[in-house]
Design a protein around this ligand. Sequence first.
Ligand SMILES: Cc1cc2nc3c(=O)[nH]c(=O)nc-3n(C[C@H](O)[C@H](O)[C@H](O)COP(=O)(O)OP(=O)(O)OC[C@H]3O[C@@H](n4cnc5c(N)ncnc54)[C@H](O)[C@@H]3O)c2cc1C
Length: 162
Amino acid sequence: MHFDVAIIGAGPGGSAAAMTAARAGLKVLLCEKGGYGRDKVCGDGLTPRAIGALQDLKVDFSPAHRIEGLRMIAGKKERELLWPSNTAFPNHGAVWPRQRFDQYLVDIAIAAGADVRFNSEALPAFDAGKVVGVEVGGEVIRASLVVLAAGAHTPSVIWKRL
Ligand SMILES: Cc1cc2nc3c(=O)[nH]c(=O)nc-3n(C[C@H](O)[C@H](O)[C@H](O)COP(=O)(O)OP(=O)(O)OC[C@H]3O[C@@H](n4cnc5c(N)ncnc54)[C@H](O)[C@@H]3O)c2cc1C
């Protein structure tokens, strides 16, 4: 089986890539080593820039809890700041627990037609020094393009292969 795009990692980066490519009519494989609904350690905050990115992706962010600014606490001092307006981004942010946020995005990627495989740890597959797809469970799945979206803790085994 050949895919146009194979993506390693179904966090926001991987799901955004998957939905964009699938909506463009490409045949997309998205491999996630965790299960459906896996959680991610995070502060769950979405800045106005992130809200802008979701708007660009035409993702409905109404399930998120909207926030108008930030409260900063240092010792006994507390400051509340509104998000800036008149910028390139919306004037609000949001809080969206990652388990729900990531699942929401991956559901959109699935609805757009991406073939999403959970509990599937993937590595880039090489042939003659070129990345030719991904290796999942000992099987090589070929793809014209491979996107590495495995997050900050990209396993060193991936870097060693590159
Ligand atoms: C404590 C903490 C608090 C944070 N708070 C915030 C915040 O409030 N706001 C904010 O914007 N950012 C915050 N961040 C940063 C934010 O979590 C990351 O920027 C974001 O998750 C990156 O998204 P991503 O899609 O690139 O990677 P990730 O969300 O890390 O997703 C990568 C995915 O790839 C999968 N994966 C990894 N290796 C493989 C493999 N070999 N095969 C298949 N799947 C694989 C993982 O299971 C994971 O699902 C915080 C980070 C931490 C650690």
